[in-house]
Design a protein around this ligand. Structure first.
Ligand code: ADP
Length: 388
């Protein structure tokens, strides 16, 4: 049984604020390796955000971590930097050192990109990514050519490789669950994660993070970690600083007109529009394109190549409007997005928090507009209003 933290220990690690600005420690003060500092500086990160200030120093000395801080505050860099700082390479016996599990293929792609970016000056550390929807044989061939020290992936594909004996996790030093609440609350993903977990040594470091870790997920996080440092913010403080939140009461049949009027009136960099089904992404995107809005759409039913191509297109500002299902509602980091529109109401207030967190990343200003249409919408929206 894993040991539990005492109350005092938890208090010691209690969250010390979420917002960038109050800088007491610099990246240099953290005594990071020079190649990491160089990459950090090249990324344009001048000061660590508060979650980075609070978490990196614990994480980089191997402490188990449960980290909740609002979206866009740089949680990814916490575990990326902490891992890069600790990895020691054994050239004679290459093995997977760090495993990162992500809830979607886009997130695995994005997180792998962060390892490449921040590990740019540590070329001896190799990283790889495995997710479904792409050719298994090609991924297998890549792995046979070189065992990565850092492996990022989605639980399903990692489990598949593990079962097929194509990867070994018995020397693993670190396991990271990004958007941990989402993955642990999804029954099938939880089972996959459990299987993977069983194949790893008990001595590994566990790091788990999300903008929302409810009591259920938190309990599981504690069960699978050991004396974890818990860096938490309570829900009332999760209010989205720098984000203007609006709602519009609108009839379902008036939604499109309302949306196009808004897009005409508002001055936006990039906008993400969330709808509730794949069919609605396609249909709404078509209408927007016909009205000359530079829009694309994304949902889980597209081929993996198409998904990543559209993700890239939007990230690189080749499209200004993205219509998406909840697939892009979490974690996805598009720095130029300043407006999020909930064309359809999110299912839960947690989903709302994640969706609107796509705008106003890393302390920039953003706006969220939510359409409230049915009675059910009203119920969900009341919960959202009372929480945020
Ligand atoms: P989270 O995981 O908390 O939602 P991300 O890790 O995706 O947030 O980071 C959000 C954005 O902020 C990313 O574009 C990332 O490159 C950027 N970022 C992270 N840390 C810093 C920093 N210290 N200074 C400036 N930008 C940062």
């Amino acid at each position: 049984m894993p040991r539990r933290q005492t109350k005092t220990q938890r208090k010691k690690g209690a969250f010390r604020g979420s917002y960038a600005g109050a800088n007491t420690i610099s990246f240099k003060d953290m005594l990071l390796k020079e190649p990491i500092l160089r990459a950090i500086s090249e990324c344009g990160f001048e000061h660590p955000s508060e979650v980075q200030q609070s978490a990196i120093s614990f994480a980089m000395v191997g402490q188990d971590m449960i980290v909740q801080a609002k979206s866009g505050m740089g949680k990814t860099a916490v575990f990326v930097i902490a891992s890069l700082q600790q990895i020691e390479i054994d050239e004679d016996e290459p093995a997977i050192d760090t495993l990162v599990l992500c809830h979607s293929r886009e997130m695995a792609f994005q997180v792998h990109g962060e390892f490449e970016r921040l590990g740019k000056y540590l070329p001896e550390i190799k990283s790889g990514v495995l997710y479904g929807g792409v050719n298994f044989a090609e991924q297998k061939a890549d792995l046979e050519k070189e065992i990565p020290h850092i492996l990022v992936g989605t639980p399903g594909r990692i489990q598949h490789f593990l079962k097929a004996g194509l990867i070994k996790l018995d020397s693993l030093k670190r396991m990271i669950l990004d958007e941990c609440d989402d993955m642990l609350e999804d029954k099938s993903m939880r089972r996959q994660i459990q299987d993977i977990f069983k194949a790893t040594p008990s001595t590994k470091q566990m790091m788990m993070c999300s903008a929302t870790i409810g009591s259920n997920a938190r309990k599981i996080c504690r069960q699978i970690s050991n004396m974890a440092e818990e860096i938490f913010i309570d829900d009332s403080k999760l209010t989205l600083h720098g984000l203007q939140q609006h709602y519009i009461d609108v009839d379902e049949k008036e939604k499109i007109k309302q949306l196009t009027t808004l897009l005409d009136k508002i001055d936006f960099n990039q906008v993400m529009i969330f709808v509730k089904s794949k069919e609605r992404t396609t249909a709404l995107n078509k209408i927007l394109q016909e009205s000359s809005f530079p829009s694309i759409f994304l949902h889980g039913g597209l081929t993996q190549e198409e998904r990543l191509e559209r993700y890239r297109k939007f990230k690189e500002f080749e499209a200004r409007v993205l219509v998406s299902t909840n697939l892009c509602g979490r974690g996805v980091d598009m720095e130029k997005v300043n407006i999020v529109i909930n064309f359809d109401m999110p299912r839960t207030s947690n989903d709302y928090l994640h969706r609107v967190g796509r705008a106003g990343r890393f302390g920039t200003k953003g706006m969220a507009i939510t359409f409230v249409s049915s009675e059910k919408d009203k119920e969900t929206f009341e919960e959202i209003q009372s929480r945020f």
